[in-house]
Ligand binder design. Structure first.
Ligand code: PRX
Length: 663
């Protein structure tokens, strides 16, 4: 473990493990909690039986399953393989059939103040219409649909319409560039793209359709149609025959639609995420197991009472959290939920808390980076709103530092609401490690305990489970229902990435430590994946974007600790001489601004480096591997660590002298 993004032995993280404060649930919360301590015993005694019971209790099956786990083709495990069901039917129709059609499913608030309330009955009709409309556009069961939408109700409808006809969706985050969209459309061979003219962000209309046009203009795709929702009313370029307005085909379509019943192992969606190489991985999930665990964890961890709770997960639908805890988990459980389109500080920094007050939100699920941003803005802002409806708070996406945890508990949760720090990944599909709010005495900063039915271990280099007080790598040692079924089109990479570090065991890519009580602390990635504001970015992907610019000869990217975003992208570049550099300004600041813009173009604004340092050399081992550890020392203003394995030990002083040199 020499050259890693974050090591379990980092001194800052060491301090965290001395946390001794614990917060047991109040007796009143514990007494009413959906899931009690017996769940651990039940699952330990018969893990497969536990998941089978939940699959039956939480979902409606058109054909009941007999087989629980099929491990004959491991690591391509199958769950509930002989059962058949439909995800959209489970998320919407059956609530209507059960007499809950008038319950509000979505309380939507646009950034511009527009509001929509959508009941389960209305949602069922909308999804059926959209399913008929996309079928009429030639999308059949098994075809892939790319979705590039803002946080508007049509996004939920679009995902469910795909699920209804068994067409796997591939949602691409609206903040990604045309180039990123193009590569994802190509990789999934999508036939249809669903987008909008734009969405509202930071007080203005921000266009989306032009990125789709640019992506498709790059060519090579299998896209036949682009279905466009009108949200902002902005001008859009139009390609006749290919482009179709949502409002021209969806409202007119029939609200009668027979769901396509699919095998439990039918792919439900693909979602691209960064890995250790430059090419994003299309993580794919299937239907029965994914829905079972999304619904179970939503019920157990968020303690949802569908009749009385108002649930709000602030994640965008473009990330796995939006899939599992905005769309599938809450809707399968019949929740009433808030969906908000915009940014937390538009038009003022109290917007989120105003929404909590307005809708009486009882359960809030958000990311540490958002909490730290609110801390920075000051507690006077949330203090101006009535947050007394909140009864449970959740955190996801990155380790939450104890200060932020305590602030969240005191300022937002009124020292009353339990906090669930939930560890999971795009690959795991659903929450894996988290307190149970009615059972666990929570600890600021620790995700603590694998959920019932989940088996996680911290392993040392040799693959042995470490004891309490020790650190290593987080691994999942038994299959779980919502596990990824593969990397789209790349079985070899799937096996290599996740199943080869410790044979037969899922390697999560995170460092972790067990404290003296056996609680798990997540310590960040141990590979070349950064976590910026809870979003995964690959160092290699940003390096490739940088070297694709003619001015750049070589680039190295590291994730440096950042108070607000967790990590920030810091790049070191060596510039080219010669012809390619002919149009390069002399001023480094201009070069840096151009390169930042270039990365934004290539990947998306979230990937823009916080800083780019122009250097004359990069530190490399004798085998030519860049030693990012040393660059991270520089980026984090530390004294540079052990340089003995460098091919040229003078390089680091050159880099530092270069930085010290007046610009
Ligand atoms: O490093 C871990 C971190 O986020 C990674 C997964 O990122 P992604 O697939 O984008 O999914 C994010 C939302 C589930 C993990 O490998 N991570 C996620 N949740 C936590 C976390 N790190 C510490 N504590 C968490 N609660």
């Amino acid at each position: 473990m020499t050259d890693v993004q974050s090591t379990p032995d980092s001194p800052a993280l060491e301090n965290l493990l001395h946390e001794t404060r614990t917060f047991p649930p109040t007796p009143a919360f514990a007494a009413q909690a959906n899931v009690q301590a017996e769940a651990y015993e039940r699952a330990d005694a018969d893990r497969l039986g536990f998941w089978a019971d939940n699959a039956r209790a939480l979902l409606d099956w058109q054909t009941p399953f007999e087989t629980v786990l099929d491990d004959s083709a491991a690591p391509r495990y199958g769950w509930f393989t002989d059962g058949r069901l439909n995800a959209a039917y489970n998320a919407v129709d059956r609530h209507v059939a059960a007499g809950n059609g008038d319950r509000v499913a979505i309380l939507w608030e646009g950034e511009d103040g527009e509001q929509r309330r959508i009941t389960y009955g209305e949602l069922a009709a909308d999804v059926a219409r959209a399913a008929n409309a996309i079928s009429a556009l030639g999308v059949g069961t098994g075809d892939r649909v790319a979705i590039y939408l803002p946080m508007i109700p049509e996004a939920v409808v679009a995902l469910l319409a795909c699920a209804r006809i068994g067409a796997p969706h591939s949602v691409v985050f609206g903040g990604f560039s045309a180039e990123a969209l193009h590569s994802r459309i190509l990789d999934a061979e999508a036939k249809l793209v669903i987008t909008a003219d734009g969405g509202y962000r930071r007080g203005g209309a921000s266009p989306l359709k032009p990125a789709v046009d640019d992506a498709l203009a790059k060519g090579g795709t299998a896209v036949e149609h682009v279905l466009v929702v009108r949200r902002t009313g902005g001008d859009v370029a139009w390609t006749p025959q290919r482009d179709v307005w949502w409002h021209d085909v969806v409202p007119q379509a029939s609200a009668e639609h027979e769901p396509v019943w699919v095998d439990a192992e039918h792919p439900l969606f693909i979602l691209y995420t960064s890995g250790t190489t430059g090419k994003p991985k299309g993580i794919f999930h299937t239907t029965g197991g994914y829905l079972t665990q999304a619904a179970y964890t939503h019920h157990a961890v968020f303690d949802l009472k569908p009749e009385t709770d108002v649930y709000w997960c602030t994640a965008d639908i473009g990330w796995i959290t939006g899939h599992s805890y905005v769309v599938y988990g809450p809707l399968v459980n019949g929740a009433t939920q808030v969906i908000y389109e915009g940014t937390p500080d538009t038009p003022h920094k109290g917007r989120w808390w105003e929404i909590v007050q307005k809708y009486g939100v009882t359960i809030l699920y958000t990311a540490p980076t958002a909490i730290r941003t609110c801390m920075k803005w000051g507690e006077d802002i949330p203090a101006g709103f009535d947050l007394s409806s909140l009864r449970l708070l959740g955190s996801v996406g990155e380790p939450i530092n104890p200060e932020a945890w305590m602030w969240y508990r005191r300022v937002i949760g009124g020292d009353r609401a339990p906090i669930v720090d939930t560890w999971w990944q795009t690959e795991t599909g659903a929450i894996m490690i988290s307190p149970l709010p009615g059972v666990t005495a929570t600890k600021p900063g620790s995700a603590q305990t694998p959920l019932p039915g989940v088996v996680a271990e911290v392993l040392d280099d040799a693959g042995h489970a470490v004891g309490n007080g020790q650190g290593g790598y987080l691994a999942l040692t038994e299959p779980w229902p919502s596990m990824l079924r593969g990397i789209w089109g790349d079985e070899k990479r799937f096996a290599e990435t996740y199943w080869s570090r410790f044979p037969g065991v899922y390697f999560a890519g995170d460092g972790a430590k067990k404290d003296e009580d056996g609680d798990i602390w997540l310590l960040g990635r141990v590979d070349d994946v950064m976590n910026v504001s809870g979003h995964r970015l690959s160092t290699t992907e940003i390096e490739s974007a940088l070297v694709s610019h003619p001015w750049v000869a070589e680039a190295a990217v590291v994730g440096a600790a950042d108070e607000t975003t967790g990590q920030a992208v810091v790049a070191f570049v060596i510039l080219r001489g010669g012809d390619e550099a002919a149009d390069r300004p002399d001023d480094d600041a201009e070069v840096v601004a151009t390169l930042r813009g270039h990365v934004g173009q290539a990947i998306g604004p979230i990937a823009k480096p916080r800083s780019i340092l122009v250097v004359s050399e990069l530190p490399k081992t004798r085998s030519g591997k860049i030693m990012r550890r040393l660059l991270r020392d520089v980026a984090e203003n530390r004294s540079v660590g052990d340089v003995t394995t460098l091919a040229d030990s003078g390089v680091m002083s050159l880099i530092q002298q270069g930085l010290a040199k007046p610009a």
